[in-house]
Design a protein around this ligand. Structure first.
Ligand code: NAD
Ligand code: ZN
Length: 364
């Protein structure tokens, strides 16, 4: 086991990389604690984990992207307050990014903050969201517009949980990892090594390989967050692939999972860069052929023409919370293959690029 201590300005917290499940014993016996888990994770691990918590401690909720809302949070408040939860409560939650966002929001607001331990169970939550410091809720059709800054106190991370993920959810994690690998210093000079990592990730990787890649992703993310925890400058670059990605999640009613949307978003951002004469044809093609497209095959995700309706996507992109002006926000590689956020991405340039992307993905 090894521990990564993160000295966040919000509050310091620890990521415990676990090679086994002995850490659960500590959690089974924790005083003044309540466990919150979504019904899918509950079903998979009922016998091995959740039956070992006393029944009164367990809150099982239906949790999915459509339920990443204030209603789910108020359901948690109701349950906890009916059980006379006090300020010294510790919430223990098991799940992916949705569980993290909902439980984290509840933990940060109940009594202005109760203790919270998070056990990420998706690849995406392990490699990315768990250390994001943020909690986010959707509001009507606006994605991630409500939220707080609130990391868990402790994160217990065991990559073994990914074994039960559906293929599309596993690849969603791969998508977010691809983003981090492409954001590493000089990444565009090392594309062959990134391609080989992605191939290993998608062909039954060993647990130690997977743990290594999760650690690497976390370190790259922390590098971008350093000095900018509150999302005002450099941290914005972590949004690479997310402008179109978020819009596609909404336009597909979440049939396209987060990290897969991000991969298509990266393809789109790179295409805009290429069309502007910045990213070279050689690199643009290499990234598509060897890193992105092999994760977007029909056995992983079936892309539907309906999910790529120009006007619907444009409306969704306009709702992006990071949009500050009349143009659309976009992070993309510049002439030197460094990521930048442009502020002159017009609706016209967007429309011509979306139609190009659709023909590229054979969705016309
Ligand atoms: N707060 C942040 O900093 C941050 C950062 C990135 C993403 N996010 C959010 O995270 C969400 C995506 O997270 P996600 O990809 O983890 O999705 P998710 O939480 O919806 O999980 C995906 C699916 O996998 C199921 N699942 C979870 N663990 C499982 C397991 N071990 N075995 C079988 N099934 C399992 C879930 O029930 C769900 O159906 C998005 O809402 C995104 O906005 C938040
Ligand atoms: Zn993301």
């Amino acid at each position: 086991m090894d521990i990564l201590k993160i000295n966040s300005k919000v509050k310091p917290f620890e990521v415990h990389f676990e090679n086994d499940f002995l850490f659960l014993e500590k959690l089974f016996n924790l005083e003044n604690s309540m466990v919150i888990v979504g019904n899918i994770v509950y079903k998979h691990y009922k016998k091995t984990i959740f039956d070992k918590f006393s029944k009164e401690k367990l809150i099982v909720l239906e949790l999915d992207e459509d339920r990443k809302t204030l209603e789910s949070v108020t359901a948690i408040y109701d349950k906890l307050l009916n059980l006379s939860a006090k300020k010294n409560l510790t919430l223990i939650s098991f799940g992916g990014g949705v569980n993290q966002d909902v439980v984290g929001f509840a933990a940060s607001t109940l009594y202005r903050g109760v203790n919270w331990i998070f056990v990420p169970t998706t690849l995406l939550a392990m490699a990315d969201s768990a250390i994001g410091l943020k909690t986010s809720l959707n509001y009507h059709s606006f994605k991630n517009v409500l939220g707080t800054f609130y990391p868990p106190t402790d994160i217990y991370l065991n990559v073994g949980f990914v074994d039960t993920l559906e293929k599309k959810d596993y690849y969603s994690g791969v998508g977010e990892i691809v983003k981090f690998l492409l954001m590493e210093k000089n990444a565009f000079d090392n594309l062959e090594s990134i391609a080989s990592t992605v191939t290993s990730l998608t062909s039954t990787p060993s647990k130690s390989f997977l743990t290594g890649i999760v650690k690497k992703s976390i370190k790259i993310k922390l590098g971008y967050m350093e000095g900018d925890e509150f999302d005002t400058g450099r941290r914005n670059l972590l949004n690479y692939g997310h402008e179109l990605g978020h819009a596609l999640e909404s336009s597909s009613k979440f049939a396209i999972p987060h990290g897969i949307g991000v991969m298509i978003g990266i393809l789109f951002a790179n295409q805009v860069s290429y069309k502007r004469g910045w990213l070279s044809k050689k690199l643009y093609r290499y990234i598509n052929d060897h890193i992105l497209l092999n994760n977007l095959k029909p056995d992983v995700i079936k892309l539907e023409k309906d999910h790529f309706e120009e006007t619907v996507i444009l409306e969704n992109m306009k709702k992006d919370k990071k949009r500050l002006s009349d143009s659309l926000p976009l992070v993309l590689p510049d002439k030197n293959n460094s990521l930048i956020k442009i502020t002159d991405f017009s609706f016209e340039e967007y429309l011509s690029n979306i139609s190009e992307l659709k023909s590229f993905l054979n969705l016309n």
